[in-house]
Design a binder for this molecule. Structure first.
Ligand SMILES: Cc1cc2nc3c(=O)[nH]c(=O)nc-3n(C[C@H](O)[C@H](O)[C@H](O)COP(=O)(O)O)c2cc1C
Length: 188
């Protein structure tokens, strides 16, 4: 059997193609499924968003790379939030949610907004809309949203957010997350 088939989590060598009718696809092994899936899903590059709102005068938020645009009419976006999140149940109860698409160089802010200890907003410049959405200064996009619907899927909820207002800076390069690393877009 060609070595390309031996481990589906290892990179495939260029030009080393499996026989027709056979592929390098293997059933997910239950022993290390989480690690296999983390590496697999990490092949898909994404941006990173900050989901934040004001609660009792203080900002509250988390980092999420699962952001996707969904619909133009009505304007909808989605994020997937893990059931173990302790911040999401507080955020979802608030009237408005700010979504900031983080910019290149904001990797430290991202790490802070995902941290499990300390003040997530220490050293983070932010502002809030009158309705309570919190936005990270310097981000490439701000969306002022409400939660429209949540669908439970496996160990996450797909959260549909309705967009009510926006501020876009398309010339500001985004932060890129790929293979568990922060990266930057190359200019061609
Ligand atoms: C780059 C990055 C992307 C993340 N994306 C998500 C995501 O899409 N969904 C999610 O639920 N958590 C995501 N997290 C984890 C959360 O930011 C946060 O750490 C987690 O919700 C635990 O904190 P909490 O208990 O305060 O919610 C991400 C973390 C990092 C560093």
């Amino acid at each position: 059997m060609p070595s390309v088939l031996s481990d589906p989590t290892q990179p495939r060598a260029a030009g080393n193609r499996p026989e027709q009718g056979d592929t390098a696809v293997r059933e997910i092994e239950s022993v290390n499924a989480t690690e296999q899936l983390r590496r697999a899903f990490g092949c898909f590059p994404s941006g990173v968003t900050a989901l934040c709102a004001r609660r009792g005068g203080h900002p509250l938020g988390l980092a999420a790379s699962s952001f996707t645009s969904v619909s133009m009419d009505p304007p909808l976006v989605s994020v997937c939030v893990q059931h173990t999140s302790t911040t999401w149940p507080k955020l979802r109860a608030l009237p408005r949610l700010g979504v900031s698409v983080l910019a290149e160089g904001q990797d430290e802010i991202c790490g802070r907004l995902a941290s499990r200890s300390g003040d997530r907003f220490a050293g983070v410049d932010w502002c809030a809309s009158a309705s309570g959405g919190v936005f990270v200064e310097g981000a490439t996009l701000w969306l002022d949203c409400t939660v429209r619907e949540e669908v439970t899927c496996g160990d996450h909820n797909i959260v549909l957010l309705q967009v009510h207002g926006l501020s876009a800076a398309p010339d500001t390069a985004p932060l890129v997350f790929h293979g568990s690393k922060y990266r930057r877009l190359a200019s061609l």
